[in-house]
Ligand binder design. Structure first.
Ligand SMILES: Nc1ncnc2c1ncn2[C@@H]1O[C@H](COP(=O)(O)OP(=O)(O)OP(=O)(O)O)[C@@H](O)[C@H]1O
Ligand code: SF4
Ligand SMILES: [Mg+2]
Length: 370
């Protein structure tokens, strides 16, 4: 059994209106039916555009949001069903590291106090001295000096603050750390250092990670398995190398085609898929395949009416697309939104949406942010 298993998780936020009577007028389907497994000691990378529900899924695992449906099975126990007090105790084993370390660290507490707070709440360390000893060990692990203890969050750089955020999780000796955009607020030069630190800690301590990012490059480096989210659902999942070598879902293909390739020759000739249109609202998601409003391979049958389920296409590579085989074999050609030189001779004028598709080298809308 996997250490962490999500079964058909749904998080729907009620939308309320009314001054006198607070009426629920609809729901934001932030997460709508996600099933995935995370193996002990491994890293599961979760990618997708802004607003697709990554953070909500991470928070659902820790039950920091109300779960509308489904199971979060951690080490054999369904957290979704646990009484609040037992859930509070389980949170020691599941920690979260946030994107914005400054926003998540109380500016009026020094580092010792910030780190000791969670320990005291979970009954770790008998007294102040014992806690301090443990905090110093953890600070050393994350590359911070002993002198950090008495200092305040604003006295540190962005990268150091993220190390403090990681230390705050580590002092509780968790099994799983959910890292929500752990490096996206940091300079590129610092990003690699923090990612490397996370990897070292995983090796030393046998940690299990869920790493959330909109940047495919960040997730690739650190992940064993990657799940691609679109509008509250997984559209593709595979081990990291397979996903990069052979992206099969049209949305993943579009995301991948926006990642620059270092080799200039490959960069000039590679396929670019330009998505048109905005991400639809999760309060009113498209029928059928949620990606059909932007999919270059959309077909008049099934795509608008029937929701595709994640299906194994071989070696555990899972894809949610009715036409994945036809797209892979080339039997189905994209109807729009490919850069014109890729549509073949004479097709430029026939392609709908060419205004968006001929956008030169501009990154695809949406894909640029993912
Ligand atoms: N408490 C809430 N109440 C209502 N809607 C919410 C709430 N939290 C999130 N949402 C909505 O749920 C959807 C998913 O949000 P979420 O923050 O999970 O996305 P995300 O993938 O983490 O985005 P980003 O990359 O910008 O962090 C969004 O449409 C968001 O507006
Ligand atoms: S099911 Fe249809 S609309 Fe959805 S990704 Fe596949 S081809 Fe595109
Ligand atoms: Mg988020």
């Amino acid at each position: 059994m996997s250490l962490l298993e999500l079964n058909d998780i749904k998080v729907h936020f009620p939308v309320r209106r009314g001054i006198l009577f607070d009426r629920v007028v609809g729901h934001v389907q932030a997460v709508d039916g996600i099933s995935l497994s995370v193996e002990a000691g491994q890293t599961y990378g979760l990618v997708g555009e802004s607003g697709c529900g990554k953070t909500t899924l991470g928070r659902a695992i820790l039950r920091l949001v109300d779960i509308t449906g489904g199971e979060v099975v951690f080490d054999g126990t369904d957290l979704a069903q646990l009484p609040e007090e037992e859930m509070r105790r389980s949170r020691r084993r599941l920690q979260m590291v946030f994107q914005d370390p400054l926003g998540s660290l109380n500016p009026r507490q020094n580092i010792e106090s910030i780190l000791a707070e969670g320990m005291a709440a979970h009954g770790i360390g008998g007294n102040r001295e014992e806690r301090r000893e443990r905090i110093l060990k953890v600070l050393d692990r994350v590359g911070l000096p002993d002198s950090a203890l008495a200092r305040y969050p604003h006295e540190f750089s962005g990268g150091q603050r993220q190390r403090i955020g990681i230390a705050r999780a580590l002092v509780l000796e968790p099994d799983v750390i959910i890292c929500d955009e752990p490096v996206s607020a940091l300079d590129v030069s610092i990003q690699a250092q923090v990612i490397n630190l996370l990897e070292e800690l995983q090796e030393q301590l046998g940690l299990t990670y869920v790493v959330i990012a909109h940047d495919l490059a960040v997730v690739r480096h650190i992940s064993d398995v990657i799940g691609v989210m679109y509008l509250g659902a997984l559209v593709e999942e595979a081990n990291s190398d397979d996903l990069y070598a052979d992206p099969q879902h049209p949305y993943t293909k579009a995301l991948m085609s926006a990642v620059p390739v270092p080799d200039p020759e490959v960069e000039d000739t590679r396929e670019r898929i330009l998505l048109t249109g905005d991400l639809p609202s999760p309060a009113n998601p498209p029928t059928g395949c949620r990606f059909h409003t932007r999919c270059p391979w959309r077909q008049p049958t099934r795509c608008d009416t029937e929701r595709p389920v994640l299906t194994d296409t071989g070696n555990g590579h899972r894809v949610a697309c009715h036409f994945v085989n036809e797209i892979a074999s080339g039997e189905l050609a994209p109807t729009s939104a490919l850069a014109p030189e890729l549509l073949g001779p004479g097709t430029e004028d026939e392609a709908p949406d060419t205004a968006a598709a001929t956008d030169g080298d501009a990154p695809p809308k949406g894909a640029a942010s993912a």
